[in-house]
Design a protein around this ligand. Sequence first.
Ligand SMILES: [Zn+2]
Length: 144
Amino acid sequence: MSKDLWSKISQTIKTGAETLVQETKELTKMGRLKVELMTLENERNRKLQELGRKVYALYKVGAAFPPELAQDFQAVDETEKRIEETNREIEDLKAEDEAREAARLEEEKAKGETSGPKAYCSQCGAELRPTDVFCSQCGTKVAG
Ligand SMILES: [Zn+2]
């Protein structure tokens, strides 16, 4: 095996590994955000439940709602805000992934257009572009 080929293979494998690590990192970020979202939603539900129990207990004994209750409402609001932020982060990450995938497809398409099998005119032998209907050299209709 030539040294050149070996370094090429090593490079390819290295790049592949880096891509894999990158993807794993992305996956982990998405996974982490989803876990965070679930945790926050559980937290909000628990806070709402506690709040409901307190309010109900007050109602049962006919007591007025103390001003401290406002803190509980605010705590729910804050958790709700963090849920929204996490949802936004998830959406951003999804959009990033989609943009990257679209760019990759575009790149692949461009590659396919330039490296596809070449066609030649049956009359004059000029190279034809994939979009040609007539030969640009001699005007012969392209077969197929
Ligand atoms: Zn021709």
